[in-house]
Design a protein around this ligand. Structure first.
Ligand SMILES: Nc1nc2c(c(=O)[nH]1)N[C@H]1C(S)=C(S)[C@@H](COP(=O)(O)O)O[C@H]1N2
Ligand SMILES: [Mo]
Length: 364
């Protein structure tokens, strides 16, 4: 690898006039992304799991923490962390993806996290099933939704609120919702919701409320900011929009070879190259096919069977790389016949962009 193929690329000027957008840099520095090289692993190392925190991380004392079940329950109650940890425990590997993942190319852009591909990861979450606790508190007949409130409070578009989301009773039953206190065998870290969070498997991450303090039975649909004002597919920013729920079919590859620092283009030595990655879809629907495009030809990758309902599947492809310049792409298909598009399916805010990943590679 003596030559520098990246030199011919002028898309990174030596200097750029003007300062960085302070608001965007501030957001990006608070919310780290996964490193795509960890897509080689079944479980994302905890420190590499992406972060999406709207406000500040509340620093909560697990010994004093209480979860309150209130609102229209026949039998409202409160539990301590010790009581929750004494309930039947379950560990579930779940792939979580931010609904904003892939937003970075949307134009014009709305102010939010400029994710490219990295807001996704898989962790082993340990906790207890939510459904039995809801049964125990016995929602009144008039209940239509259950809301989940976090301890984090702040302002968005001038509206002060605690981060909160809701689910219907039917969704709680269907979705294997967990109340989680451990991640990859260790207590939840503060930034991932310690001491207690929700995990809604198969849905985009916004439903998995962190720093959970309150579970409330509601007789009217929940109107919290994060439920009705955002996380909706909209054509114009003032539309009511359609709620974003299940994850769209997607695949990513570990970028092969070595990178150029600024452009992230890749340099690969000619010969056998093992391309590997992961593929997943919403609601635990299995992936049935992954294809990789090399020089205009879509080749079928080896795909491992689903091991855990809500966790991604590994794929790989051996590529005999010949000298040249390539845009590699990968795309997955799920069992329901959904296939990744080649072009981003943009809505107004760039949500749920599952277009095939593109990796620019030079082979020498
Ligand atoms: N209380 C609270 N819960 C939250 C959020 C938040 O800002 N506050 N962000 C949500 C979003 S948008 C995502 S994608 C996931 C991210 O979880 P992670 O940071 O543990 O990866 O948490 C969700 N739960
Ligand atoms: Mo998110």
């Amino acid at each position: 690898m003596s030559k520098n193929p990246f030199q011919i690329y002028s898309d990174k000027p030596i200097t750029v006039d003007g300062i960085y957008s302070q608001a965007e840099v501030g957001l990006a520095n608070r919310n780290s992304g996964n490193l795509l090289e960890t897509l080689a692993l079944d479980i994302t190392p905890t420190g590499c799991h992406y972060l999406l925190n709207h406000f500040d991380v509340p620093v909560l004392d697990p010994k004093a923490h209480r979860l309150k079940f209130s609102g229209s329950f026949e039998a409202p109650f409160e539990v301590s962390m010790a009581e929750i940890m004494n309930l039947p425990a379950e560990t579930m590997p779940v792939t979580m993806e931010c609904a904003g993942n892939g937003r970075a190319g949307v134009s014009p852009r709305s102010h939010s996290m400029p994710w490219m591909y990295e807001a996704v990861g898989t962790s082993e979450w340990t906790g207890t099933k939510l459904a039995p606790l809801i049964e125990r508190s016995c929602p009144k007949n008039s209940v239509v939704e259950i809301s989940f409130t976090g301890a984090d409070y702040g302002y968005d578009m001038g509206e002060p609120h605690f981060f909160g989301r809701s689910l219907t009773l039917a969704q709680i039953k269907e979705l294997d919702v967990l109340l989680v206190y451990a991640m990859n065998g260790a207590p939840l870290l503060p930034q991932h919701g310690a001491p207690l969070r929700v995990i809604v498997p198969g849905w985009y991450g916004m439903a998995s409320v962190k720093w959970l303090t309150n579970i409330t039975a509601l007789t009217e649909p929940y109107d919290g900011y994060q439920q009705v004002k955002t996380y909706r597919f909209k054509v114009h920013k003032d539309d009511l929009g359609i709620p974003i729920q299940t994850i769209r079919v997607k695949s990513l590859m570990v970028p092969p070879g070595v990178p150029d620092w600024s452009t992230r283009k890749r340099f690969v030595s000619a010969g056998a190259v093992d391309l590997v990655g992961r593929a997943w879809s919403g609601d635990g629907v299995p992936i049935v096919k992954v294809e990789v495009e090399v020089a205009g030809e879509w080749r079928k990758a080896n795909l491992l069977e689903k091991k855990h309902r809500y966790a991604w599947q590994k794929w790989s492809l051996s590529w005999q790389a010949e000298p040249g310049e390539y845009i590699l792409r990968c795309r997955a298909s799920d069992m329901n016949g959904n296939i990744q598009p080649l072009d981003p399916p943009w809505d107004q805010a760039g949500f749920a962009n599952n277009a095939a990943q593109r990796v620019h590679v030079f082979v020498e």
